[in-house]
Design a protein around this ligand. Structure first.
Ligand code: SF4
Ligand code: SF4
Length: 127
């Protein structure tokens, strides 16, 4: 298991209607980060503030040199983003670049390593 290399696949894949935010997160944005809450409509993210329609790319995804990507609301991003990746099968499906060949053949060991890497961001997923 390698560290995240900021390939951006997860953000690109999930920001087209595949992300959600809790009522608490939305309320917090409304009070402290109104520029973020502009992109919430009917408790859904990320929505066009002008049309109310689902955006196809997250508005906070920034292009970095060498085909890398960053998050311009990194410290205030929703838990849905903060917790990713959760499970190995999900990473395989998403072609997450943290995976190494040995992770694909031994999901249990890979999950343990992933949970260690993610310990600052979320509780262990368990297996
Ligand atoms: S909010 Fe940040 S982490 Fe979440 S999809 Fe957008 S750019 Fe990615
Ligand atoms: S798909 Fe994996 S390697 Fe790529 S940005 Fe997301 S977590 Fe990082």
């Amino acid at each position: 298991m390698k560290p995240c290399n900021q390939c951006g696949k997860c953000c690109i894949n999930y920001s087209d209607g595949g992300l959600s935010a809790s009522k608490e997160e939305i309320s917090w944005w409304e009070i402290f980060r109104p520029e973020i809450s502009r992109y919430v409509a009917n408790n859904k993210i990320w929505m066009d503030p002008d049309t109310g329609q689902q955006l196809t790319r997250c508005p906070w995804l920034t292009d970095l040199p060498e085909n890398k990507y960053g998050c311009s609301i990194y410290h205030d991003r929703p838990d849905d983003c903060r917790y990713y990746p959760v499970e190995i099968a999900q990473m395989v499906k998403d072609e997450c670049e943290m995976l190494e060949l040995k992770d694909i053949t031994d999901h249990k060991s890979a999950q343990h390593k992933l949970d260690q890497i993610m310990s600052d961001s979320r509780p262990p997923a368990g297996y």
